[in-house]
Design a binder for this molecule. Sequence first.
Ligand SMILES: Nc1ncnc2c1ncn2[C@@H]1O[C@H](COP(=O)(O)OP(=O)(O)OP(=O)(O)O)[C@@H](O)[C@H]1O
Length: 311
Amino acid sequence: MTVIEIICHEEAGLGRGREVLDQVQSYLDDRQQGYRVHTTAYPGHIFDLVPELLDNFQKESRLLVIGGDGTLHELVAVLQAKQVDIPLTYLPAGSGNDFSRYFQQDKSSLSDYLAPLVEERSPKTLPIYHYQLGQHGRRRSLVNSLGLGFDSVVIEQAIKLKESKGIFRKTWGNKLRYLVGLFQSLPRLSLFNCQLKIDGRPYHFDRCALVVFMNNPYFGGGIHLYPLEKIKDRQVSVIVIHDIKAQGILDLLYRIFISHQQESSPYMTHLSGKVVEVEINRPMISQVDGESLMIDQYPVRVWQGQQDFYL
Ligand SMILES: Nc1ncnc2c1ncn2[C@@H]1O[C@H](COP(=O)(O)OP(=O)(O)OP(=O)(O)O)[C@@H](O)[C@H]1O
């Protein structure tokens, strides 16, 4: 008999994880479906918990994860690092849920998320990205985006706002936190030059604010940064925000938040290829799936990978 191993970050989405877990348990109890619950007790707990789980994983075992993008990122990172081919079921419970916003946009009810697992439908393969820092770094994985530059400063500021009191603590306040965080971070905007290599072909950009590898057109919790057409097989998309001056910032904000005409912006370039590399001549504050990372080894090389999901 199938046993579902549930990994849950109860505090995700300011407690939404616990609510979703309760709903999932009653759904599975009603169907007399066996399961075990493993809650994460500290940041990065998944890196200890999942290897233990995998040691006892049976042919009939299934993995279900409840949490925000950060929790999904960590689980996919462990499975990919161990090169185990186990399909996942994902129930979004964060405040941003960018992965779900794009890849699970046809789902709304609990049954939409759980039926493919419970009814043992065939898993579907979704694109993820692998990345490597420096020539000798190990292969790592991500599900949404890897951004070098301003985006990470804004995300750090938005996280501080989430930890503060009042309106910023609301789960629906994600876009507001990001926007306020963005304006508060403008004085810390630091521009850089970068070299890109797309399948071996070189590109150079000056006065850049951000280089972001995007497996998903959304970032920062629902912000539609760039209208990527359907994600192409084995291709990596990179967006560069460049040649920034004061009026460029206003133009970009207007296009991203109001007119949605990013494609004709003189300050934004979208490139894609099978292997994309970026080189910047100084350490950069960065974000991977919404979590901060300091990058000081180059090139950063990105290529597409795959992860199976019950969808
Ligand atoms: N019990 C815990 N206490 C503190 N942090 C935890 C705990 N369990 C997991 N984490 C960490 O919290 C981070 C964020 O988790 P997650 O993305 O699931 O929630 P969230 O930040 O509320 O959601 P969102 O990113 O959508 O706002 C992860 O890096 C994870 O390691």
